[in-house]
Design a binder for this molecule. Structure first.
Ligand code: TRP
Length: 334
C-alpha cells in the first residue's frame, strides 16, 4: 500500500462533455492524477435513474465520455477509469445503506429537489432517482475516497454520504466507513451560449469538447452578448455578457481583456471583433483535444478494454470495503 490519498470523481454519461466541464473539473482532474490515487467513475447506473426508457443513450455516452476523458489528458496509467455498472459491489453497498436513510431525508436533498422540479417529477419520481444520493455514497465510500472534487451543487451529496458513514459506524460499532471531504473547484460555472442559465449537456446551449472547428465558429457567431449593444459605437455591457465570461475563462492575457472590457463599456468595440478573439483563444485550447480524440476514436475496442481493466481494479478496491461492511452487518459469508 502506498500512502497516497484517494480521490473519486465522476460524471453521468448522458451526453458528450462540454467546455463547462473542462474548466470546472476536467482540467483539475488532469492535475490531480499526478498527486493522488484517482478513480474517475462513468456513472451509467446513476444515469439510468432518470433514463430508464433510453438505455441506448446511456450506453453510447459511456464511450463518448471515456473519449472526452482521454482527449483532455486523463491517463489510464495514472487514473483508474471505471464504469459504475461493471462494479456490482457498489450496488450491494447501496442496498445496505438504504436501510439507514429515511424517505424524509431523501426528499430534503436540495440538489435532488431542484432536479426533480426541472424534470417535472412529483410523487411519481422513480425510486431509483430519489435514492441516487445513496448510490453515490456507495461510490464514494466503496473506494474509501478521502477527497471528492465537486462543484457546489454536489455538496449535498457529500453531506448525505457523511451522514451515512457516521450512522453506519455508530450502529455497527466500528470505523468501517471513512468520511469524505469536498475539493471545491474555484471556477464559477460557465453560462450557456444562449446566456440563459448554466451550460447543459441537453439544453442546446453547450460548446462540446468534440465540436469540429466549424461548429465552434458557428456557435460563437450566435453567442449571446448584450441585446442593447446594437451599433458598434453604442456602449456595451460586460456583466452578463457570455463572450466576456468565456474570455475570462479561456484567454490568458488578462491585461488585454481588462482593456477590451473598458473599450466595450465606452462604446466603439464591436461584438464581431470580440468573437474572433474568443474563437482564437478557445480553438487554441480545443484543437489539441480534438486531435487526440480523433486518434482514440479509431479504436473503440481498445477504449472498451481499457474501461474493463479499470473497472476490474475498481472491483478489487470495492470488494475489500464490501467484505468489511458485510462483516459489520453480521451477514453470512458467500
Ligand atoms: N452526481 C455526479 C454528477 O451528476 C456524478 C457522480 C456519480 C459522482 N457518482 C459520483 C461524482 C461520485 C463524484 C463522486 O455529475
Amino acid at each position: 500500500m502506498d500512502s497516497k490519498n484517494t480521490i473519486l470523481t465522476g460524471d453521468r454519461p448522458t451526453g458528450p462533455l462540454h467546455i463547462g466541464h473542462y474548466v470546472g473539473s476536467l482540467k483539475k482532474r488532469v492535475e490531480l492524477q499526478d498527486k493522488y490515487r484517482q478513480y474517475v467513475l462513468i456513472a451509467d447506473m446513476q444515469a439510468l435513474t432518470d433514463n430508464a426508457g433510453n438505455p441506448k443513450k446511456v450506453r453510447d455516452n459511456v464511450l463518448e465520455v471515456a473519449l472526452d476523458y482521454l482527449a483532455v489528458g486523463l491517463d489510464p496509467a495514472k487514473s483508474t477509469l471505471v464504469v459504475q455498472s461493471l462494479v456490482p459491489e457498489l450496488t450491494e453497498l447501496t442496498m445496505y445503506y438504504l436501510n439507514i436513510v429515511t424517505l424524509a431525508r431523501l426528499k430534503r436533498n436540495p440538489t435532488v429537489k431542484d432536479e426533480m422540479q426541472q424534470k417535472g417529477f412529483g410523487e411519481d419520481v422513480p425510486a431509483g432517482f430519489l435514492t441516487y444520493p445513496v448510490s453515490q455514497a456507495a461510490d464514494i465510500t466503496g473506494f474509501k475516497a478521502r477527497y471528492v472534487p465537486v462543484g457546489a451543487d454536489q455538496l449535498p451529496m457529500l453531506e448525505q454520504t457523511n451522514e451515512i458513514v457516521d450512522k453506519f459506524n455508530s450502529l455497527y460499532g466500528r470505523e468501517v466507513l471513512q468520511r469524505c471531504e469536498p475539493l471545491l473547484s474555484e471556477v464559477t460555472r460557465l453560462p450557456g451560449t444562449d446566456g440563459l442559465g448554466k451550460m447543459g449537456k441537453s439544453t442546446n446551449n453547450a460548446v462540446f469538447l468534440k465540436d469540429p472547428e466549424k461548429t465552434l465558429r458557428d456557435k460563437i457567431k450566435l453567442m449571446y452578448t448584450d441585446p442593447l449593444h446594437l451599433k458598434v459605437s453604442d456602449p456595451g455591457h460586460v456583466e452578463g455578457n457570455t463572450v466576456f465570461a468565456y474570455l475570462d475563462a479561456f484567454d490568458p492575457d488578462k491585461g488585454t481583456i481588462a482593456e477590451l472590457k473598458r473599450n466595450y463599456e465606452k462604446g466603439g468595440l464591436g461584438d464581431v471583433k470580440l468573437k474572433d478573439r474568443l474563437f482564437e483563444a478557445l480553438n487554441r485550447e480545443l484543437a489539441p483535444i480534438r486531435a487526440r480524440r480523433q486518434e482514440f476514436e479509431k479504436d473503440p475496442t481498445e477504449i472498451l478494454s481499457m474501461l474493463r481493466k479499470g473497472s476490474l481494479l475498481a472491483r478489487e478496491a470495492a470488494s475489500k470495503t464490501l467484505t468489511e461492511v458485510r462483516e459489520a452487518l453480521l451477514l453470512f459469508g458467500y
